[in-house]
Design a protein around this ligand. Structure first.
Ligand code: CUA
Length: 340
């Protein structure tokens, strides 16, 4: 009995430490909703805190009532039996009917108000529209501001400008979630869901698909880079340029030939070279920090591994191993890594 109590106490302490560890501000907690970095995430965090405060109040009332009942209103040894039961007490009935109803009201009013606040009915001035297409198992981003920029798995947005994300799915239901910037919102085939947000703090924020969507659901990661407005403008401009053309007689040049003659062209777009729509646009692949939807670092060694064994790196990946090896593969990797 004693041991059981001790185990429970230890479990409670461990849980408290774990929960306390969720709220950090630093890089050790890159996916904490308790360290919000956008207006949307701030609102949601504020609501969470408000409701938690109500919950704490209820907890205190229950503990006080319980303590009073046990220590002050219980029958002692040697005392007469329990007092006569009252068949009904109108005041009490009203109190315990109205109490919970009021609590629910206090919770639902700010919740419903926030739901409406996050879904503005009129277009927001100066918004940057971006279409987010979820695929099994990666993310595609189209900038609908006339620039024509397209990228995958690493979304760049300017700080201090309203962002309008239009979420669509290419296959099954996914969920777009960047804990520090707000969300999460389901991405449903045949439907456009929306997220509006403004982030004022430049940085790199991690995202994750939050709806089970198949074997590589956990490998469907992404990043949002909140850039200073000037940096964003430069980045967006660079993304609209055609793919880099390698210098003559280099490995990258030979790799460009390998690419052009490979089945890769049927699935991947490189502006000016191929038009494929099944996999990510590779025109500026080398400007991204990760590959395979955030699962691998974007360096020659991991890119080589990825092309050789896509299914081992990401189970269920649509990209097959085309048997490219040796010099051919090295040249292809050199080419892809030259696509800044
Ligand atoms: Cu996409 Cu889970």
């Amino acid at each position: 009995m004693m041991r059981d109590l001790k185990t429970r106490l230890l479990a409670m302490v461990a849980f408290a430490i774990m929960v306390a560890g969720c709220g950090g501000e630093d890089a050790a907690h890159p996916m904490s909703t308790l360290a919000p970095r956008s207006d949307l995430a701030n609102w949601i965090n504020g609501l969470f805190m408000e409701i938690t405060a109500w919950d704490l109040l209820i907890l205190v009332i229950v503990i006080v009532a319980f303590t009073l009942a046990v220590f002050f209103f219980s029958t002692r040894v040697g005392e007469a039996g329990p007092p006569t039961a009252v068949s009904s007490d109108l005041t009490l009935e009203i109190v315990w009917t109205l109490g919970p109803a009021l609590i629910l009201l206090f919770i639902s009013i700010p919740t419903v108000r926030l739901i409406f606040r996050t879904q503005p009915r009129k277009p927001v001035a100066n918004e940057l529209p971006i279409t987010v297409v979820a695929h099994q198992w990666w993310w595609e981003f189209h900038y609908d501001d006339g620039s024509g920029a397209v990228t995958a798995n690493e979304l760049h947005i300017p700080a201090e400008r309203p962002i309008h994300l239009k979420l669509v799915s290419n296959d099954v239901i996914h969920s777009f979630w960047v804990p520090r910037l707000g969300g999460k919102r389901d991405v449903v085939p045949g439907q456009v869901n929306e997220i509006h947000l403004i982030s004022t703090i430049p940085g790199e924020y991690y995202g994750q698909c939050a709806e089970f969507c198949g074997v590589s659901h956990a490998n469907m990661r992404f990043r949002i880079f909140v850039d200073k407005p000037d940096d964003f403008a430069m980045w967006e401009k660079s993304q609209t340029q055609p793919g880099a053309v390698p210098a003559e007689a280099t490995a990258a040049m030979r790799g460009a030939q390998v690419f052009a003659n490979s089945p890769c062209t049927t699935c991947h777009t490189i502006n000016g070279i191929s038009k494929g729509y099944v996999g990510p646009n590779l025109t500026h692949l080398a400007s991204r920090t990760t590959i395979a939807a955030g699962v691998l670092a974007n360096d020659p060694a991991q890119l080589t591994q990825w092309i050789e064994h896509p299914d081992e790196m990401k189970p269920g990946a649509r990209m097959p191993d085309f048997g490219l090896r040796g010099a051919e593969l090295n040249d292809l990797v050199a080419y892809l890594e030259s696509l800044k």
